[in-house]
Every structure is written in structure tokens, then in C-alpha cells.
Design a protein around this ligand. Structure first.
Ligand code: BES
Ligand code: MN
Ligand code: ZN
Length: 496
């Protein structure tokens, strides 16, 4: 899709459809008012008749109004004139996209700058709209014989602004975030027999070829053994697919300390010897969505040429039952030298992440953020709307929470207090890999915290948010790419 900025009034805009807001109680936005005056009251006529009241998400498509250059006018309900929530704005944007897709229009111009979304800027409104519009174009086709034909998708959108150059960066940000989300969705949706650790490594090499600023390195199992990654390798031992440790180094700011993003890349989690039940097990192909979000974020910032250094680290493996797989009670030695008693082979994410987190020390990181579909317990706690956040540093936690609100890709913090650490005590090793039935997401983070003492670190548990489960809507969401890119953008803005 192409995006432009227009400075024309709504009535004079030459396009297939102009989109203007109507607020609660049929209050006209300034652009709706301008159309109303040009058409001698036609907009007011439909409002008086009760065809649209202004409730968020309502639409009314009008045709051939008097003295209006565009053949179509889409009125869209924008709720309270004095302000609406971010979430309402996204509902409104998605309704507009759907309505335009269902119409014959292929070009549209949006006059939405007079909507007050929690006092956010015009740039914010446009970035969100572009992200949503681009994201709506994503369709999974990779393993289907035929792509399902879409209705009549919009090919170009113009945004009204008082001056032309005010919005170009906002458009670029929205596009890059949506492209990053699409990459994350695609990697997530690919089946486990296609998207293996080796496949992910190949995609990382491609990113390195695509962008000069990205350098990719792949470590194979021999190399990992040399580094002493006994925990990660113990998970991979149960699988015929060799594990990979992927590093994508984006250098956009000379020798500044990097932000390190560590993404869980479990390309299929059968549970190992602690085998998962059959129902819904196919969805464990999504257990690499943490790594997919790292790919998506690196590609977005490379596309935007952001002045920052970011290292993506992806430990990738399968978790399968096998004669050589981890057994409950086995004890392995991590790269950090700590011994781990594996009481449940299905708590494998932390086993591969701990070695990747130790490995991350070598990048001399400013901060390290891991992203992982780590626990079913986070879905019990927060459902599928909100990502779980735990951190050893409150400033970093606050920055991520803020980035989540800014991008409407939200997280909520859970405690990481010392009181929980004793749940990981083991009679036979330095640490157990599970912490009992209480506070499963917190004890998983506690496990990781034993390997992140040397730096500022946060953990995002995306088990609930990374994909939609079951039924027709089943599919990866591309989260938390928006939050991560926003976090990096905010970091850059706050430095200047
Ligand atoms: N990948 C799963 C977590 C998961 C489960 C994500 C369901 C999404 C939906 C992880 O490897 C896992 O199996 N965790 C166990 C940990 C338990 C054994 C302590 C879990 O959550 O059941
Ligand atoms: Mn598991
Ligand atoms: Zn897992």
C-alpha cells in the first residue's frame, strides 16, 4: 500500500473515498462540517435521520454528495469529542479498513486529525493507522496451493495534515513496524517441519545480506559445546534437527553499547519426555514467536536506519521425546557453570534461554530483553491481551510499559521478588528448572534471573499474546514487535 499526505480540504479532495469523523450525539468533526457546508447540509440530514450517532466503530458510506469531489464519503463514529482511548482508535481504524476493503474504492483520504486520542500527536494517529492498514494486508499463503482472493483492498491512502512534511516520518515508522510484524507472523505461522532451527538460521543470514548494517553469525552445536552450553544442548539432544545459536548484529550507532534482544526460538515444543497432551499440540509450532519478534524488530530498525546498536540473539531448537532426550531428574551444566536439575522436560524454554543469556554478556549490553512464549501460567494470569513483564530494573520495566502503551501493544508487570526464588531449590543441583504449581510465570522469570545478574534485564512472557489460538482466527499476531520498536524509538528520542 502507498501512503501520501494531503493538504486539500475534504470537499475538494480528488479520490475514491474521503473518510471523516462524527462524534457522539452526531457532533460533526471539522472536516465533516466542511463537507456538510459544501453539500448544503447533506451530512447533517443523514445524522438527523439517525443513520449514524457517532459511537466508536459505526460507519455510514454515502455516495455522490452535492459539490463534493470524491464520489464517496465514509462517515465514521469516533466516540467522545473530548477524547477517546487508544484501543477505541484502533477499533475505529480497523473498521475503516474493513469498510473500504468491502467497497469499490481503491484510493482513500483520511481526515482524522481532529480526533483526540488521549491527547496523542497527529504523528501518533498516523503511525497507528498505517501500522493497522499494512497489518491488515498480511495473508498466509506459503504452504497453500492457491492464495484466497481478497475483496478490493485499498491501494493508496492519503492523510490530511496542515503541512506536507509533518507526517512522512510517522508513515515510515508505521510501515516498518507493520513489515516487521508481517515477518514475525510469517515465521510464526510456518509449520514446524519447514521452520526448523536451520531455517531460522537461513532467514537470519538473509537479513544480513539484505541490510549492510546487519551482520549475522550462526553457531552450530560443536561451537556451542565448546562454549559449554550444556543446558541448551541438552534440549536439542532429543531432536534430529540440530540446534542453532543465531546472532544478528545491527550497528547503527558506531561503538555505543547495544540493546540485546534474546528470543526463544523453539521451533516445535512437544514437551520432550514430559510429553504435552495431544489437543492443540500443533500450536507449539508457535513456540519460536519470541525469536520471530526479534527478527521483526531487527528488520524494522534496519529499514528505518535507526541510530542505535541492537544485537538479536536467538537460541533455536526443537523439544522432542527421544531415546536420547532429557529425562526428568537429569542434571545438566549450563554455560554459566550452574548445575540444573531438569524436573520437567517441558520447561525447556528457560533451559535454552539461560545459555543464550550468559552468551549475551559478551556484547557488553546496555540492557538485555528476552522475549519468550515461556509459560502457560501467564495466559491464566493475563489472558491473551497483555504481555507479562518481569525485570531486575524498575527503570527498564517502566520504559517497556511506556512503550507498550505508546504502541498499544501493552504489557503488565509481575513481581520478581526474592521470596519466590526458594521455589527453585533443588536437592541435587544448584537450581531446579521448575518452581511448583504456584506463580509459574514468576518462577520461570526467577530461573532466568539467575543468569542475568551481570546486567540490566527484562523478560517478556508472550505465551498469551504471540498468536491467536484455535478456530478461524488462528494465527500469529506479530506481537510484541510494536512494543520493541517503540521502546527503541523512545530510547533514541530520550537520548536527544
Ligand atoms: N512453550 C511452553 C509454554 C506455553 C504453553 C506457551 C502453552 C503457550 C501455551 C513452555 O515450554 C512450557 O511448556 N511451559 C510449561 C512449564 C511448566 C512445565 C513448568 C507450562 O507452562 O506448562
Ligand atoms: Mn515446554
Ligand atoms: Zn516451550
Amino acid at each position: 500500500m502507498q501512503y501520501f499526505v494531503t493538504t486539500n480540504t475534504a470537499s475538494s479532495e480528488q479520490t475514491d473515498c474521503v473518510v471523516v469523523a462524527v462524534f457522539n450525539q452526531g457532533q460533526l468533526s471539522s472536516s465533516a462540517n466542511e463537507l456538510n457546508e459544501s453539500s448544503n447540509g447533506q451530512i447533517q440530514h443523514y445524522i438527523d435521520r439517525g443513520d449514524i450517532t457517532g459511537k466508536v466503530g459505526q460507519t455510514l458510506l454515502l455516495q455522490d454528495l452535492n459539490n463534493i469531489a470524491s464520489p464517496r464519503v465514509l462517515l465514521v463514529g469516533a466516540g467522545d469529542q473530548t477524547g477517546i482511548k487508544e484501543n477505541d482508535y484502533n477499533t475505529l481504524i480497523n473498521t475503516i479498513i474493513k469498510t473500504l476493503d468491502d467497497s469499490a474504492a481503491t484510493r482513500a483520504s483520511a481526515y482524522l486529525t481532529d480526533i483526540n486520542v488521549n491527547n496523542r500527536s497527529a504523528q501518533w494517529l498516523v503511525t497507528q493507522a498505517v501500522t493497522a492498514a499494512e497489518a491488515s494486508l498480511y495473508q498466509y499463503t506459503a504452504t497453500k496451493s492457491e492464495a484466497k482472493p481478497r475483496g478490493n483492498p485499498i491501494a493508496s491512502v492519503s492523510f490530511y495534515a496542515a503541512s506536507k512534511d509533518e507526517l512522512s516520518q510517522a508513515i515510515a515508522h508505521g510501515k516498518a513496524i507493520a513489515d516487521g510484524m508481517s515477518l514475525a507472523k510469517e515465521l510464526g505461522n510456518l509449520p514446524g517441519n519447514v521452520c526448523t532451527p536451520t531455517y531460522l538460521a537461513e532467514q537470519a543470514i538473509k537479513l544480513g545480506q539484505q541490510y549492510d548494517a546487519v551482520t549475522t553469525t550462526i553457531l552450530d552445536e560443536d561451537k556451542m559445546a565448546e562454549l559449554g552450553m550444556g543446558s541448551l544442548l541438552s534440549v536439542s539432544r532429543g531432536s534430529r534437527q540440530p540446534a542453532k545459536l543465531i546472532t544478528m548484529n545491527y550497528q547503527g550507532a558506531g561503538d555505543a553499547k547495544p540493546v540485546v534482544l534474546v528470543g526463544k526460538g523453539l521451533t516445535f515444543d512437544a514437551g520432550g519426555i514430559s510429553l504435552k497432551p495431544a489437543a492443540g499440540m500443533d500450536e507449539m509450532k508457535y513456540d519460536m514467536c519470541g525469536s520471530a519478534s526479534v527478527f521483526g524488530t531487527i528488520s524494522a530498525i534496519a529499514e528505518l536506519n535507526l541510530p542505535i546498536n541492537v544485537v538479536g540473539v536467538v537460541p533455536s531448537s526443537e523439544n522432542m521425546p527421544d531415546g536420547d532426550a532429557n529425562k526428568p531428574g537429569d542434571i545438566v551444566i549450563s554455560m554459566a557453570g550452574k548445575t540444573i536439575e531438569i524436573l520437567n522436560t517441558d520447561a525447556e524454554g528457560r533451559l535454552i534461554l539461560c545459555d543464550a543469556l550468559t552468551y549475551s554478556e559478551r556484547f557488553n549490553p546496555e540492557v538485555v530483553i528476552d522475549i519468550a512464549t515461556l509459560t502457560g501460567a501467564i495466559i491464566v494470569a493475563l489472558g491473551s491481551k497483555t504481555t507479562g513483564l518481569m525485570s531486575n530494573d524498575q527503570d527498564l520495566a517502566d520504559d517497556l510499559l511506556q512503550a507498550g502503551r505508546d504502541s498499544d501493544d501493552k504489557a503488565w508487570q509481575l513481581p520478581l521478588w526474592d521470596e519466590y526464588q526458594e521455589q527453585l531449590d533443588s536437592n541435587f543441583a544448584d537450581i531446579a528448572n521448575i518452581g511448583g504449581k504456584e506463580a509459574g510465570s514468576v518462577t520461570a522469570a526467577c530461573f532466568l534471573s539467575r543468569f542475568t545478574e551481570k546486567y540490566t534485564w527484562a523478560h517478556l512472557d508472550i505465551a498469551g499474546t504471540a498468536w491467536k489460538s484455535g478456530g478461524k482466527a488462528k494465527g500469529a499476531t506479530g506481537r510484541p514487535v510494536p512494543m520493541l520498536v517503540q521502546y527503541l524509538l523512545n530510547r533514541i528520542a530520550n537520548k536527544n
